[in-house]
Write a protein that binds this ligand. Sequence first.
Ligand SMILES: C[S@@+](CC[C@H](N)C(=O)[O-])C[C@H]1O[C@@H](n2cnc3c(N)ncnc32)[C@H](O)[C@@H]1O
Length: 210
Amino acid sequence: MDAIKKFYDVHLLPYVLICACTNKSAKKQREIVVPKAEGTVLEIGFGSGLNIAFYDPIKIKKLWALDPTEKLLNLAKSKIANSRFPIQTLNCFAEKIPLPDNSIDTALMTYTMCSITEPLKANKEIKRVLRPNGKLIFCEHGISTNEKDARWQKKLNPYWEKIAGGCQLTRNIPKIIESSDFKIIELEHRHLKGTPKFAGYNYWGEAVPN
Ligand SMILES: C[S@@+](CC[C@H](N)C(=O)[O-])C[C@H]1O[C@@H](n2cnc3c(N)ncnc32)[C@H](O)[C@@H]1O
């Protein structure tokens, strides 16, 4: 059983994650949030580089592309090679970021906070590497504000997390961000058209270090 799970996690899960993140609605969300990034940027959960095409190359000095899944970073190689701005990968977890304090202008996170094992710890690390006037731009799926949908999310979560690399359907994204010593300065949230109710409730906006 362990061998099957290992095979699934290493060889199949990366493609499942890419598929789950390439729908039309997610693309629209990327178009809204990613071009806001500027300066020296840290993307947390860079994956296979689905956001590269949405950055405004004129605004980016350098992109640090952090992801613990080596297979996904390998799948991003050709996109990185063709990028119009410098990209350096960091194959590690967001809970321990190998970058100095106050070195990042923008941290960007799309569809990643759901999968981080210790999101509070990761967000505190993000705060540490951000400059005091830096910002965290996010677009994440999380717990629905519709009670019936939220009940379904809670029922499905134990099964979903097993096939989706630990992805949690029930995270209260604004609460997690504010509990990690950030102040949210822009927030929108709603269920995205054309996505399943259990995984399509999105929260997006900007936060600044407190
Ligand atoms: C659903 S994918 C999203 C990928 C990408 N952000 C996107 O928008 O398409 C979740 C990503 O979170 C990454 N991840 C999981 N645990 C993480 C952690 N502790 N720190 C940083 N990234 C993590 C996974 O490797 C995966 O690339």
